[in-house]
Design a protein around this ligand. Structure first.
Ligand SMILES: *Cc1c(COP(=O)(O)O)cnc(C)c1O
Length: 395
């Protein structure tokens, strides 16, 4: 086997990124703060339609800082779906809070809105200060973090309606959702830039530019939102809470800044976003078409309320047990095709063994049957045909 491995989702960088990096080096402009970070923030605002954007060192640090400015404090519970990458839960833990893990919808694999409404109604009270308190643990509920899974947006309009009823802020984990769209409710635009809900309720989205995302900066993140005051506080807290001039700081801040080197790559990358989105859609369509006659190889979910950016492509092996799926993965790996397991639900991870949970069984049922397939924006049709043939043979 000397054909080069077909990877799951790798960065697609070239001369444009090299040119921008060269520019940084020549101008000795490598650190944080500077024109390229500002330019990248502006380009992300343009791409998402959000009024404000604050660049960060990672998606995880964007989530952490976002929760912090939304008022999540130690001891709180923060509601999130159990089916996600562990960073969502870790960001909550970094605030000294604990995830309250809810299950996902069997239709969309995103946070189950009906379950969210139900657990708030049946498991919570309001205390004298009007805060929402989880009766079983006595903890305050600090926020809701829906996740746009695999690029498919969560049901934001409905989730925000529930959040507004309870007065809870919403931070969307839009880590992998750059280019995804919401089609219903008052938010016809970009899934990363949903408007503030209700009477100016705080609402933010966190994006990641990790290497496997559609647009990468090597590592990096961005918070986007429409509330100017909140976004100013975010900028302050992510940049050591320094009051210029001089080394004076008015609170415990974070050093979560993006550097110009990262932003340089981002500026070159985001110019290719539309083309990357087109390629991702093309790849998803070709897999769907190739397996359209196979009832056992289903497409990833779609939803009435929005469209995926098709960040990750693959198939869903509904009727197979873990052993059979592992055998298929192994056969693809032998053909030099990367086919890793999907994210293990958070409630099954040792650090979150004791986190409160309300589960219906969906995440636990589906996660092992999700088979991500190679979908890099550099993947060509011939390579994809090899993947398709290998999977046909393995199933
Ligand atoms: C990638 C990702 C993150 C983390 O982003 P980093 O930039 O790697 O810190 C968080 N949540 C989800 C859903 C992701 O896909």
């Amino acid at each position: 086997m000397n054909r080069k491995a077909i990877k799951l989702s790798i960065p697609n960088v070239g001369p444009e990124e090299a040119g921008k990096l060269q520019e940084c080096i020549e101008k000795n402009m490598v650190s944080s703060g500077g024109p390229l970070v500002e330019e990248f923030e502006r380009l992300v605002r343009d791409a998402t339609g959000a009024r404000h954007a604050v660049a960060t060192s990672a998606g995880t640090t964007a989530l952490h800082a976002g929760l912090h400015v939304l008022g999540v404090t130690p001891g709180d519970l923060v509601i999130m779906p159990t089916l996600t990458f562990i960073a969502t839960a870790n960001a909550i833990s970094h605030c000294g809070a604990t995830p309250w893990l809810l299950d996902v919808s069997p239709q969309s694999w995103t946070l189950e809105t009906a379950l969210l409404a139900e657990v708030l109604a049946t498991a919570c009270n309001r205390n004298a200060r009007g805060e929402v308190v989880h009766r079983a643990t006595g903890r305050r509920v600090g926020a809701i973090v829906p996740v746009h899974l695999l690029g498919l947006p969560a049901e934001m309009a409905a989730i925000c309606t529930v959040a507004e009823e309870w007065g809870l802020p919403v931070l969307a984990d839009a880590a992998a959702a750059l280019g995804s769209t919401l089609s219903s409710g008052d938010n016809p635009a970009n899934a990363c830039a949903t408007q503030g809900i209700g009477a100016g309720r705080a609402h933010l989205s966190a994006i990641s530019f990790n290497a496997n995302k559609i647009v990468t900066t090597g590592g990096g993140g961005m918070l986007v939102g429409n509330d100017a005051k909140l976004m100013r506080r975010l900028r302050h807290i992510t940049t050591t809470a320094r009051i210029r001039p001089g080394y004076e700081h008015d609170m415990v801040g974070f050093n979560y800044r993006m550097t110009n080197l990262q932003a340089a790559v981002g500026v070159a990358q985001i110019a290719k976003l539309d083309r990357f989105l087109e390629v991702k859609r093309h790849i998803a369509r070709r897999y769907q078409h190739a397996f359209s006659n196979r009832e056992d190889l289903e497409a990833f979910p779609s939803a009435a309320w929005g469209s995926s950016n098709y960040w990750l492509s693959g198939v869903f092996l509904r009727d197979l047990g873990p052993g059979q799926v592992a055998r298929i993965r192994a056969q693809l790996e032998r053909a030099n095709i990367e086919a890793p397991p999907f994210w293990k639900p958070i409630h099954l991870q040792p650090p979150y063994r004791d986190a409160p949970r309300d589960l219906t069984g969906t995440a636990e049922q589906v996660w092992q049957q999700i088979l991500p397939l190679p979908c890099s924006t550099s993947l060509n049709d011939a390579e994809q045909d090899l993947v398709i043939a290998a999977l046909q043979q393995a199933t």
